[in-house]
Ligand binder design. Structure first.
Ligand SMILES: [Zn+2]
Length: 395
């Protein structure tokens, strides 16, 4: 598929090319970590199915259909994604605040505008609650003629078995630094040295590299937070707890500067800002969150969903620092993600108990899982702060 925008996903691209040649399955599930390119691959599949060029040349990226897909205006390409502060794919319906599964089903029940195939892409499909998934089931079982439904999900286990079993599954893995570097270059978003740095920093996820490339502030905040975490290895418990609480607003700033998982090709500009300024919806679509909204530092109270997001970012960054410390301590300096910090990493690593960074990394991985549940994000961060390795006292 020469017209594919996806890079570094050879196996998945072969599967998609076969679907474009046809016959395509009625329902497809793209699974893989956040930011690896599921939405981009869904766009490639949609373009391939809607393209009007010779079958062997699809997607051609130059016919009218391809251009409409690229610009986000193809009338037979329907997109649905997470909405609102809770970033859920809602069930929708009359009176609902956000467009949801019911609206999508309604659109698919109409006839195609261009007379050919129709494609529905649901981003963040694992952010549908059970009701929304159940509402979608019947359409997955018996989709209208010519309709291909594409689900993109980070976490397959959050989908109902009945939903999964109706989809042809395509797995996407992490992408190599060189491919990520090339993707950043494709988008003309960074000079070669920055593209190379982001290629490593992104940890296999081009979406992360692109988000950083589009937000120069984010690179600075990331470096600042990494240094805070490194310095914490030399801090007492009380200072650790205070520093981690103080880091939450900066993690929020990082979260605001980045929009993870949203590739520039997906035309959802302004969604993040709209979500940040919208009042919390009072619909049953919002997940229950036992943690009350509380202030992060001073200023306005921070909604629970944003605090959880900030904690996710902080834990992810913490894991990156721990991984790099482990590598630097084991003489694997050339493999670290954050090459700019290599000297500091090596200096700190040499003072830590052997294996402590790796043990912390395992613990942080479990904490990242917990963040997806209803445990208070602050409690999780506190526990990590106290288990973060401590430098040996100077002799
Ligand atoms: Zn075309």
């Amino acid at each position: 598929m020469d017209g594919a925008r996806t890079r570094g996903q050879a196996t998945a691209l072969r599967a998609v090319a076969a679907m474009v040649r046809g016959p395509a399955p009625h329902a497809v599930l793209f699974v893989g970590p956040e930011g690896v390119g599921k939405t981009t691959l869904a766009g490639d599949l949609a373009a391939g199915l809607l393209c009007t060029a010779e079958p062997g040349a699809r997607p051609c990226r130059s016919c009218r259909a391809c251009r409409m897909v690229e610009k986000g205006g193809h009338p037979d390409l329907h997109r649905l994604g997470p909405a609102g502060p809770g970033r859920q794919v809602v069930i929708g319906g009359p009176g609902a605040r956000y467009r949801g599964v019911r609206e999508l089903i309604g659109e698919l029940a109409l006839l195609p505008v261009e007379g050919g195939a129709r494609v529905a892409i649901i981003e963040g499909a694992d952010r549908m609650n059970e009701d929304a998934q159940s509402a979608l089931l019947k359409t997955l079982e018996e989709p209208p003629a010519g309709v291909v439904i594409v689900l993109c999900a980070d976490r397959e286990d959050r989908l109902l078995p009945t939903v999964r079993s109706r989809c042809a599954r395509v797995r996407l893995g992490l992408v190599g630094p060189r491919d990520i570097e090339a993707i950043v270059a494709d988008h003309d978003l960074a000079d070669p040295p920055l593209a190379a740095r982001l290629g490593r920093l992104a940890g296999g996820r081009p979406g992360v590299a692109l988000a950083y490339a589009m937000a120069p502030d984010a690179v600075l905040i990331r470096a600042e937070l990494s240094r805070v975490l490194l310095d914490l290895t030399d801090a007492r418990p009380s200072a650790r707890l205070a520093a981690v609480r103080a880091a939450i607003p900066r993690a929020l700033a990082l979260s605001a500067a980045l929009s993870f998982g949203e590739m520039p090709a997906a035309p959802r500009s302004g969604r993040r800002n709209a979500a940040a300024s919208a009042p919390p919806p009072a619909t049953q679509d919002e997940p229950d969150d036992p943690a009350e909204d509380e202030p992060a530092g001073k200023g306005r109270p921070v909604p629970a969903g944003e605090r959880r997001r900030a904690a996710e970012i902080l834990v992810g960054l913490w894991m990156d620092v721990a991984r790099d410390l482990g590598l630097a301590g084991a003489g694997g300096g050339r493999s670290v993600r954050d090459t700019v910090m290599l000297e500091e990493l090596a200096a700190v690593a040499s003072t830590l108990p052997p294996g402590s960074a790796t043990r912390f990394l395992e613990r942080a991985g479990r904490s990242a899982e917990l963040l997806a549940s209803n445990v208070s994000p602050e409690l999780i961060l506190d526990a990590l702060a106290l288990s973060w390795p401590r430098r040996a006292a100077a002799a």
